[in-house]
Ligand binder design. Structure first.
Ligand code: 5GP
Ligand code: ZN
Length: 138
């Protein structure tokens, strides 16, 4: 896609600090790292987000995350990491080209993920709604 920053990185039109490249994916350091070693794992094929990515390619991305994470952790001296994707604007997705963040974590690095709520919710009704949506293929 011509106006996609990650497609430009893949094409070599924009520089990036690559740590891995193969036929289907590249992995490069995030330009604004949350922690040292923050890596983006990106399929070369342009898909707007996780949900739009073919499941075979998702499996390839997952496998690459599993392969690269021990090396990244070793390089930065960590034994923990988050591996996740932001899907949609409200979830913080800024680049509309599927990517997974591999973020090494350190004790007390201050990056709280999110806070759970103690507020009562109707879990049974919520579960019914979701099961119905799964059943209808939505
Ligand atoms: P998102 O918010 O879409 O999940 O994550 C996009 C990530 O891409 C951000 O963490 C941001 O720092 C990173 N990023 C944006 N533009 C560039 C770039 O040109 N080069 C690199 N290496 N990372 C980028
Ligand atoms: Zn793209």
């Amino acid at each position: 896609m011509s106006d996609c920053i990650f497609c430009k990185i893949i094409a070599g039109d924009i520089p990036a600090i690559k740590i891995h490249e193969d036929e289907q994916c590249i992995a490069f350091l995030d330009i604004h790292p949350v922690n040292p070693g923050h890596t983006l794992i990106v399929p070369k094929e342009h898909h707007a987000n996780f949900l739009e990515t073919p499941k075979e390619l998702v499996a390839v991305i997952m496998a690459l995350g599993q392969k690269l994470s021990p090396a990244i952790l070793k390089a930065v001296g960590s034994d923990s990491f988050n591996f996740s994707t932001n899907n949609g604007r409200a979830a913080g997705q800024l680049i509309a080209h599927t990517h997974f963040h591999l973020i090494p974590r350190f004790p007390a690095d201050g990056h709280k993920m999110w806070h759970g709520s103690d507020e009562h919710q109707d879990f049974a009704a919520m579960a019914t709604k979701i099961r119905e949506a799964v059943g209808s293929g939505e």
